[in-house]
Design a protein around this ligand. Structure first.
Ligand code: PLP
Length: 498
């Protein structure tokens, strides 16, 4: 199984090369040259397995250059003791045939852990094979959850450094505290003035600048990426859709072979793209339902074929989805146009120049066949949190609530009652201000984050994760804020080089 670039389909590299490289030198993203297919027997074999075994079964189809024993050790290390739930990613029944896939039982309480607990293993393993003894510098732009999950994943991993940039006013107080208090000798964190797209654009620019690359090389260092553009982030995410299906079979929700719908709260299009790969591999999926908040660029694109980033940027109660440039969409479009990298260069060149593009009828038809899309505002999100708790005693975070809202609307308008799994991407305690104000129906900004957390616990009886409670006594290590233009300098300073 080899990989190519969305912007140069003549490229042909191993998964290890794609994972250590992060992004292709031509600016494109690494994609598999062919999507592996599974059959009914493969699917049936997953049902009695543990999450770790399922991860091995699915990942070995994609990471063919990894020795079997290495992949076994990697998955054991990633999904063993670091997760607070014995099933790693449990499926919980919400009502009738609607289920929640909880992806936030890892160390940072958001679904990013599902990939970022494994990525350091994949990255250091393949880097050893490919680039020898260079120190790997991980550069991350984050809308909140990735940063913390990457810091936790890479902290004190030998041979690596990790630097994280986050939008100063674009993350929740709890997320900010999680990052600025990060422990570890190889970590660096800086806020930037701007939004997530500014941070991501800045990181991409530094990452692909030959002069910066040369400077790092002179210090025995090389960049790699832990952003969701890295194939090593995407592959581990494919696993949990297979796992969810196997769980639904175990629960008696579906018979083997039955189709399911999958709803995903979406930002950078990584999580839902992993579900699309699972569908392409042969997982019986009817519709992929893409849920957005007020930043509805994907809703418009998936329903009309017109992508237009020239729209107001909204700061919402689901900040991890406050994104106008969904990078992973490039991978989907590459596959849908039959691997035509000229076409992808044309579309994304147009996006860079004019801020918009429109895909042709053929691609649009393929998108419509696989996807449905919807969006909702903060008010609807909060209403769903309150109603879901009142009616089903299930407490969901703001991102999950966006997905529940959009799913309910989908079911109402289409009448499609296919058994469904909704991806739950964060613990409700990570976004306690919005969750509490939804439950109480009033402004709670007078309370600090920890008072909010205590109050939610008292109101709902749902225990807060210990690692969030522990932040109360931690003091920030990283207090720097820089402009977009200062990011390159901040990298050198955090690395201690000039
Ligand atoms: C990152 C994130 C998302 C968005 O996922 P993408 O893969 O970027 O689409 C949704 N919810 C939460 C809580 C997240 O951290």
């Amino acid at each position: 199984m080899n990989y190519t670039s969305t912007r140069d389909n003549t490229l042909n590299v191993s998964s290890g090369f794609a994972i250590t490289g992060g992004i292709s030198a031509d600016g494109g993203l690494f994609v598999p040259t062919a999507i592996p297919k599974i059959d009914a027997a493969f699917l049936a074999s997953l049902v009695p397995m543990t999450y770790i075994e399922r991860a091995r079964a699915v990942l070995s189809l994609y990471l063919t250059d990894f020795p079997k024993e290495e992949l076994e050790a990697d998955t054991q290390g990633a999904y063993g003791s670091g997760f607070a739930h014995p099933k790693t990613a449990p499926v919980v029944n919400l009502r009738d045939n609607v289920n929640i896939l909880e992806l936030w039982h890892g160390p940072t309480c958001a679904f990013k852990d599902m990939a970022l607990q494994l990525l350091p293993y994949l990255l250091t393993g393949s880097a050893k094979r490919i680039s020898g003894e260079k120190e790997i510098v991980i550069l991350v732009a984050t809308s909140g959850d990735t940063g913390k999950a990457a810091l936790e994943g890479f902290k004190d991993v030998p041979g690596t450094r990790i630097l994280v940039f986050f939008p100063n006013d674009g993350v929740s107080p709890m997320q900010k505290l999680q990052m600025t208090t990060q422990q570890g000798a190889n970590v660096g964190v800086s806020a930037i003035y701007g939004n997530f797209d500014d941070a991501q654009t800045g990181v991409k620019k530094i990452f692909t600048d030959p002069a910066v690359k040369a400077k790092l090389a002179a210090h025995g260092m090389a960049f790699s990426s832990a952003n969701s553009i890295n194939w090593g982030r995407l592959a581990p995410q494919i696993v949990y859709y297979f796992s969810a299906y196997a769980e639904m079979v175990s629960m008696g929700q579906i018979a083997p072979g039955d189709k399911i719908n999958v709803t995903v709260p979406t930002g950078n299009f990584g999580n839902i793209l992993a579900a699309w790969y699972a569908k392409e591999m042969g997982l019986p999926v009817n519709k992929l339902i893409c849920a957005s908040n007020a930043n509805d660029v994907l809703t418009e694109f998936l329903t009309t074929g017109h992508y237009d980033r020239k729209r107001p940027f909204h700061t919402t109660v689901s900040p991890s989805m406050d994104i106008l440039i969904s990078s992973n969409l490039e991978r989907l479009l590459f596959h849908l146009c039959g691997g035509d990298s000229d076409e992808i260069r044309r579309l994304f060149g147009q996006l860079a120049e004019t801020g918009e593009y429109t895909v042709g009828d053929d691609m649009q038809a393929k998108i419509k066949a696989a996807f449905s899309a919807g969006c909702c505002d903060d008010e609807a999100t909060k209403r769903t949190i309150a109603e879901t708790f009142k009616t089903h005693r299930y407490l969901c975070d703001t991102h999950t609530a966006v997905a529940v809202t959009v799913y309910d609307e989908y079911r109402k308008t289409t009448g499609d009652t296919t058994p469904t799994v909704i991806a739950s991407t964060a613990s409700p305690y990570k976004f306690s201000a919005a969750v509490l104000s939804a439950l109480e129906g009033r402004d709670v900004s007078g309370l600090d984050g920890f008072a909010q957390l205590d109050r939610i616990e008292a109101l709902t009886g749902v225990p807060a994760p210990a690692q969030l409670k522990a932040l109360k006594n931690a003091s920030p290590r990283f207090t720097g804020v820089c402009t977009k233009e200062e990011m390159e300098g901040a990298v050198y300073s955090l690395l201690g080089i000039r």
